[in-house]
Design a binder for this molecule. Sequence first.
Ligand code: FAD
Length: 493
Amino acid sequence: MPRLTPQEIDAYLAGPHVAHFASIREDGSPHVSPVWYQWEDGKVTVVSGDAAVKTRNVRRNPRVALSVATDEWPYQYVILEGDATVSNDNLKDAVRRIFSRYEGAERGEQDAADLAEGDQKLVAIEIDLGIANTVLLERDVLGSGSTGRSQAICRMHYSNRITTQLAWQSLQVFADFDARVGGRSGFVQTGYLVVVNEADQGGLERNVAMHQEMGVPTSVVSPDDLAKLAPMVTLYDDERAAWEPNSGYADPYQVTVSYAARAREAGAVIASRNPAAGIDTASGRVQSVVTAAGDRVATDTIIVAAGPWSKQILAGVGVDVPLLPVRHQVATVARPVELVPQHPTVGDISQSFSFRPDGSNFTTMGFGDDEEQSDPDAYPQGIDPSAAASARERLARRIPSMSDSYYRGGWSGLFTTTPDWHPILDSVPGVEGLFCAVGFSGHGFKLSPAISKAVAELVAEGKARDVDLSPLRFNRFAEGDLLDSSYRYRVLA
Ligand SMILES: Cc1cc2nc3c(=O)[nH]c(=O)nc-3n(C[C@H](O)[C@H](O)[C@H](O)COP(=O)(O)OP(=O)(O)OC[C@H]3O[C@@H](n4cnc5c(N)ncnc54)[C@H](O)[C@@H]3O)c2cc1C
């Protein structure tokens, strides 16, 4: 039987087939019953009796499956899995929409109206689809790639709507992490200042206007405003600035392990020190991942998200992806806290570097010349003393009292760049079942909560629910439809 594409699945589920709803009884055995259903925006709703076996099962164990099958040629079936919730909130609407699908609009309306007259023995069961049986193969330990070396600055200042939207959604997750994900993100709200020189003033103003239209709290600030917001910062005559009060930085390791803990709780297997050595395909479809230890993980869905190693992995299935790792350096200085007790995070486009506070008495600076590194396993991981000294001079020019800071140490990491310095979030053309989330070009950490959700939806449902990922599609380079940036300091994107 040929597999359905996501669009075919969407069209198929839109039809009023009778589905079979499988829930888990108290003793672990399955309970299966026929249901009518409604499919919309990746969510399935069914209506059930309040005291029905399936409702009681779902209240105890939310994991359910729905099998939608035709018994006529050409045979088709779709099996959906997810976590269900029982609620009366949308019951009337669910009854109208579901019963209308199967009995016609008039009867559906009538059934909903009858319900309003008093029968409250029904409930709506909503199934949020998810993917079960997920395995994460990690070559080393979590956070050992670019993420663990990240400066982890979280700001929304971008030249494009898509990245602004992903950054804004993500910031709200970082800032409310325990409630939304569970665990700690280490987010510290410092405010974010973008500084440009006159040549980039037009780009700055355009970007801020776009962000404001999208609901992002930000504004262009005058030297007088800045003197109140961040009096330690010097703005020179030929410079302009914008301010984001909500932005700051987070702790990339905490974020990674918190997500991993939630994933494990939801049933994912995280296999550390277990590199993927290859991907097996047959008839243009993925079949399995082969590990370096020689094990085979059979699957019909693979997401390559291997940072700077992704190019090699995709080359193994004959896919050429334009990724180029470049080295970026981070140095920490001890701050003279009596002179500079705190300062905001700064994207200093004017001087091509960035800095942020690090805890109560350190400041980290990010800088580098984007030197290309072909081998992610062999690049200079320390920092260049002369480059660190130059960054410290720029820091002291921006915050003069920082001339009393002293150097504490540093490291280098890799930005995995694409030709337009924006990620690729897409299915991989030509290999069915293969997806990639790669090429974050030195600014992917701040986007990660929204990206993980959008890519999960892309894989599970065929498209992201509330972002249009098409500007980040795989083929945009071949099509010559690259994203723009207002600035030559490309990591600001
Ligand atoms: C110095 C530096 C500063 C940065 N500053 C910021 C910043 O301020 N703000 C921001 O938003 N972003 C920043 N970034 C960028 C951000 O950190 C990255 O975009 C993001 O961490 C990329 O995450 P990733 O999961 O794609 O890659 P990675 O974190 O590299 O993860 C890839 C993982 O895949 C694993 N892997 C590789 N090969 C295999 C294999 N064959 N099998 C199994 N596993 C494999 C690796 O071990 C690794 O753990 C910075 C990056 C660097 C290097």
